[in-house]
Design a protein around this ligand. Structure first.
Ligand SMILES: Nc1ncnc2c1ncn2[C@@H]1O[C@H](COP(=O)(O)OP(=O)(O)OP(=O)(O)O)[C@@H](O)[C@H]1O
Ligand SMILES: [Mg+2]
Length: 300
């Protein structure tokens, strides 16, 4: 830091505290000839949940891979705390407080909960060469941190593999919070879960938000998004189809954007054809409230 002048002329770094923690400006990404993402604006604010919705292949994972340092954008800008960045590894993103929880979670099923909580960042005690794992402190800390998030497990010795999918997501969320994440990215955390378990995960998304984290919640499910979201960004074929604050859009409209009116009609015709129904006989699809809109995610 030598030689830098911290003059009074510097602008307020965060006027009103409203500067995004992370921001994409007209960002895009091509994989060779495939343009997966184009011209996308997205802002992650502290204490807010930004939901990213979109169909398969819409570019959701590509978007969060840019933010979490797995991939680099090939167009536009990516800023963290207002400063343009280009991460080359997830470690660099993590060092700036950006943590991603993927569906496979990178937990080790046979290891106890507390051990998974500290995986890669184990606490030790005693001087070298007598340094040993500080098991007691790790258990205590994991227990406290899980309880702070409202997660009560009977036994932290139980292998993570014995927890439900929802509980595992919650352990991963609590771990990210404990290790100082400011931005928490969740890639379809409720996709494989039933109604009750999804509710549990949504509760911890709200808990992370209440602790001041900026949460990016990727989902196919507008109902889940609407329960916790402050902002909704819908991607279609790699571009932003919709970007709206909660006050600007209702659940019905959001569901409609997700379902994609025209595509739904096409699908309906395809299904009808597959069953040998004469498509020409069908009344125009959308107005009949096709049941496929009801739960795009659901359980298998
Ligand atoms: N590593 C890659 N190499 C080439 N093309 C890719 C790569 N990753 C993604 N794509 C393409 O980019 C587009 C967006 O993919 P992406 O995985 O971001 O979509 P998604 O919205 O996450 O979809 P899903 O809901 O299925 O997870 C797709 O057309 C996909 O085939
Ligand atoms: Mg994906």
């Amino acid at each position: 830091m030598t030689g830098t002048t911290r003059g009074a002329a510097l602008p307020d770094p965060a006027p009103g505290g409203d500067r995004p923690l992370a921001e994409l400006r007209k960002a895009g990404k091509s994989y060779g000839a495939t343009r997966a993402l184009h011209g996308v604006d997205l802002a992650v604010h502290p204490g807010r949940v930004t939901c990213v919705l979109g169909d398969n292949g819409a570019g959701k994972s590509t978007l969060i891979k840019i933010i979490s340092g797995l991939h680099q954008h090939t167009e536009g800008e990516f800023l963290v705390d207002g400063e343009p960045v280009r991460f080359t590894t997830p470690r660099e993103a993590l060092d700036r407080g950006i943590a991603a929880v993927y569906q496979d979670l990178a937990t080790v099923p046979l290891m106890p909960v507390w051990r998974n909580f500290f995986l890669g960042s184990e606490l030790t005690r005693g001087p070298w060469p007598l340094r040993r794992l500080d098991i007691a402190r790790m258990k205590k800390t994991a227990d406290e941190e899980l309880r702070t998030m409202g997660i009560v497990l009977d036994d932290l010795e139980q292998p993570v593999g014995t927890l439900s999918g929802g509980q595992r997501q919650c352990v991963a969320i609590a771990r990210a919070v404990h290790f100082g994440a400011r931005v928490l990215i969740l890639d379809e955390p409720t996709a494989a879960l039933g109604v009750k378990q999804s509710g549990v995960v949504l509760k911890y998304i709200a808990a992370a938000r209440d602790r001041g984290l900026g949460v990016v919640f990727i989902t196919h499910n507008p109902h889940h998004a609407y329960l916790v979201g402050d902002h909704f960004s819908v991607l279609r074929l790699g571009t932003l189809e919709l970007s709206a604050d909660r006050g600007e859009i209702g659940l019905e409209e959001l569901t409609d954007h997700m379902a994609g009116g025209a595509e739904l009609t096409a699908l309906e015709h395809e299904l009808a054809q597959a069953r040998g129904v004469d498509v020409a006989e069908l009344p125009e699809g959308r107005d009949r409230q096709a049941p496929v809109t009801a739960s795009p995610e659901g359980n298998p």
